[in-house]
Ligand binder design. Sequence first.
Ligand SMILES: CC(C)(COP(=O)(O)OP(=O)(O)OC[C@H]1O[C@@H](n2cnc3c(N)ncnc32)[C@H](O)[C@@H]1OP(=O)(O)O)[C@@H](O)C(=O)NCCC(=O)NCCS
Length: 152
Amino acid sequence: MSDFERTRGAFTITTDPRRIDVDAVHAYLSRSYWAEQIPREIVARSIEGSLNFALLQGASQIGFARVVTDSATFAYLCDVYVLEEFRGQGLSKWLIGEMLTHPSLRGLRRFLLATRDAHGLYAQFGFAPPRNPAALMEITKPDFYKRAQGGA
Ligand SMILES: CC(C)(COP(=O)(O)OP(=O)(O)OC[C@H]1O[C@@H](n2cnc3c(N)ncnc32)[C@H](O)[C@@H]1OP(=O)(O)O)[C@@H](O)C(=O)NCCC(=O)NCCS
């Protein structure tokens, strides 16, 4: 599929794999609350297997989101961030809104995500708590990478 690109002033959203900065994603995720201390090699592998959206200012990556999807029925949104100095100007709303127009992500039966405190962001795009939480099951490993490094 051809790459997806949107621009707004100095900012660009792109799915072009050549413009995804794995080091920048790793630098943020390794200090995030959900993937603290994640190894770079695992970030690189996750990006290889995902539909990735880089948020750029010029050539510099200042935000990111990735979607794990079969491009037909299901998707899982994860690793959404905007760097601290660029927050509060609507960039994540722009990123999520544009992402949802991607051809691979239209007409899906289920779109999941997990968040600690950003429900109000995603609610603006139709995400809601599971209608039937009892129907969902998971295997989850809190502090997975921290423990692997002997940090927790
Ligand atoms: C969450 C995050 C991506 C928001 O980025 P941003 O570009 O500053 O956000 P925007 O300016 O587009 O505005 C976000 C909107 O969601 C709302 N919101 C709800 N929960 C929020 C939260 N926890 N953090 C930030 N915004 C939140 C804001 O109030 C705002 O709504 P409004 O402007 O319509 O009132 C950014 O704060 C971030 O990277 N946080 C750390 C990583 C993180 O928590 N990522 C989400 C993991 S699920």
